[in-house]
Design a protein around this ligand. Structure first.
Ligand SMILES: NC(=O)c1ccc[n+]([C@@H]2O[C@H](COP(=O)([O-])OP(=O)(O)OC[C@H]3O[C@@H](n4cnc5c(N)ncnc54)[C@H](OP(=O)(O)O)[C@@H]3O)[C@@H](O)[C@H]2O)c1
Length: 219
């Protein structure tokens, strides 16, 4: 059975992802820069949702234990976390959920030198780690909703097809429709689309605008 490690799982998006996957029966381990904060967040989630399959510890221990390691930390604080985790993620799938946004104005895209944050993470971890982009375009409100199936698609891309398929299968377990949108170079589109969705949220005074693909087969 897959053990999902959520690095920075104490935050808003990480908590929502942990809740969604844990409710679907996936074992989740919440990582934090402070192991006690990770354990406290896990206990709080188990108590709130009447679950037993969430645990918590330091980011590094969570990454060591996880089969799939999901990075749920802000981009501007990511580099020291990547350095901390580098030796723990060999031969694992890592999911980057951060978007390429201008920190000064999040309705505006800002593309890093490597082409995307996902590419930056892949370059840093090297070939032994398979990095995919996913969950950039889905809000914590949707993830925490009681809906069995979420009306917001997840786009998954990265350099390894098997890794993409494993993440898509994991999403399906939790009522999240995810689609394979191709290679690592496409991560720039997935990451910058978030700026568009935030602009929609602002303009139309909504929370959690998402996207739905049309003319695709649905399970
Ligand atoms: N919120 C959304 O609507 C949304 C939607 C899609 C994707 N995302 C992406 O999801 C990721 C997490 O978003 P979030 O809203 O959950 O973020 P957040 O609450 O600000 O931070 C998540 C966790 O990261 C750790 N953290 C915070 N600042 C840090 C720093 N400077 N350096 C290292 N670690 C730090 C904290 O955990 P500890 O203190 O416990 O270590 C925190 O609980 C981001 O990359 C964001 O772009 C967010």
């Amino acid at each position: 059975m897959t053990l999902l490690a959520i690095i920075g799982g104490t935050g808003k998006q990480g908590t929502a992802l942990a809740a969604r996957f844990a409710k679907a029966g996936v074992s989740v381990i919440i990582g934090s820069r402070d192991a006690q904060r990770g354990a406290d967040a896990a206990n709080a989630l188990n108590a709130r949702l009447n679950l037993q399959n969430v645990s918590g510890t330091s980011n590094r221990d969570a990454a060591k234990q996880g089969d799939i390691v999901l990075l749920s930390v802000p981009y501007d604080g990511m580099q020291p976390i990547l350095e901390d985790l580098k030796e723990t993620v060999h031969d694992k799938i890592v999911i980057n959920i951060a978007s390429s946004l201008d920190p000064e104005k999040k309705t505006r895209a800002k593309i890093p030198a490597e082409g995307s944050i996902t590419a930056q993470v892949q370059n840093f971890f090297g070939e032994r780690t398979r990095v995919v982009a996913a969950f950039q375009n889905i809000s914590p409100e949707k993830l925490e909703s009681e809906d069995a199936n979420i009306d917001s698609d997840v786009l998954v891309c990265g350099g390894d097809k098997d890794a993409r398929e494993k993440v898509i299968a994991l999403c399906a377990q939790a009522g999240i429709e995810a689609f394979d949108v191709g290679v690592l170079a496409n991560a720039v589109a997935v990451e910058t689309l978030t700026a568009v969705l935030i602009a929609v949220n602002v303009k139309y005074k909504v929370k959690g605008a998402g996207i739905r693909l049309t003319s695709v087969p649905r399970g």
